[in-house]
Design a protein around this ligand. Structure first.
Ligand SMILES: Nc1ncnc2c1ncn2[C@@H]1O[C@H](COP(=O)(O)OP(=O)(O)OP(=O)(O)O)[C@@H](O)[C@H]1O
Length: 253
């Protein structure tokens, strides 16, 4: 049987110094689905997302207890190679953050770092990644131009292409469209829907409309706790917790 769940989070507590930002999170993330994380500002969505590929390791004075199983293996086990892990679990941030390099080099950077030297293979991979991120047609004549010359929406798709180039399994997205206008946002949402066929996606969003539009399952967080996690339809149409209902109907948050 193919692994039904890509990720299994068990009894996860997370602390910034003495402040507990996540409290006993238990959650299973299915493969090749889109899982949205929603909740009011400061409830721990981004913190939770960063625990999934150990980005929080980069923040001083943090610690966690519990487990995050990726394909059944605890990513916090001692022998885990974090660079390899982040290759399999890629991340796209709120602000597009291309390197100040050419479009081509932005995409080629990761594969090169992981040892791919062959020029033709690299080129193939760059083209393939740009196509997957629905950007190729717009940039194919200027791959040698600076990535910073692209529009915000194009830059974000470039960052998605860059994440795809190292062939991840999971894509983590932290409000990937919040810095973009509605047209660019729609493109990113279409792209995310498309990517679901091949990747498992976890997306943090402030926009409940966006969660409702793109995701299969939705998790509602409040003050560091996972209050309710169900199909997106259930969360938005028939939530079982009053706090979820209050949030999605706009009564707080
Ligand atoms: N680097 C940090 N150091 C200390 N505390 C932090 C740090 N990052 C986040 N926090 C705290 O942890 C809690 C959760 O923050 P987090 O950014 O995960 O929330 P969020 O739900 O993603 O919020 P938003 O929607 O505003 O981005 C907040 O109380 C925040 O102040």
């Amino acid at each position: 049987m193919e692994n039904q769940y890509k990720l299994e989070v068990k009894n996860l507590d997370f602390y910034y110094d003495k402040f507990q930002a996540l409290n006993d999170i238990n959650m299973k993330v299915p493969a090749k689905k889109i899982t949205a994380l929603i909740g009011p500002s400061g409830c721990g969505k981004s913190t939770f997302l960063r625990t999934i590929n150990r980005m929080n390791d980069l923040i001083e004075n943090t610690h966690l207890t519990g487990e995050v199983l990726f394909d059944g293996n605890n990513i916090y086990a001692e022998k885990v190679d974090v660079v390899e892990l982040r290759k399999k679990i890629g991340m796209v941030f709120q602000q597009p953050n291309p390197f100040p390099k050419s479009i081509y080099d932005n995409i080629a950077y990761g594969p090169r770092m992981h040892g791919l030297k062959n020029k033709e293979k690299l080129e193939e991979l760059v083209v393939e990644s740009l196509k997957k991120a629905a950007l190729f047609d717009e940039v194919k004549d200027r791959l040698d131009k600076s990535a910073l010359s692209l529009s915000g929406g194009q830059q974000q798709r470039l960052c998605i292409a860059r994440a795809l180039a190292v062939k991840p399994d999971i894509l983590l997205m932290d409000e990937p469209a919040s810095a973009l206008d509605p047209v660019a946002t729609a493109k990113i949402e279409d792209l995310i829907a498309d990517l679901k066929n091949n990747y498992s996606i976890v997306i943090v969003t402030h926009s409940m409309q966006q969660a409702a539009r793109v995701s299969d399952n939705t998790a509602f967080f409040l003050m560091g706790e996972l209050i309710e996690y169900d199909t997106t339809e259930t969360i938005f149409e028939n939530p079982s917790d009053q706090r979820t209902e209050d949030y999605i109907t706009g009564r707080f948050g």
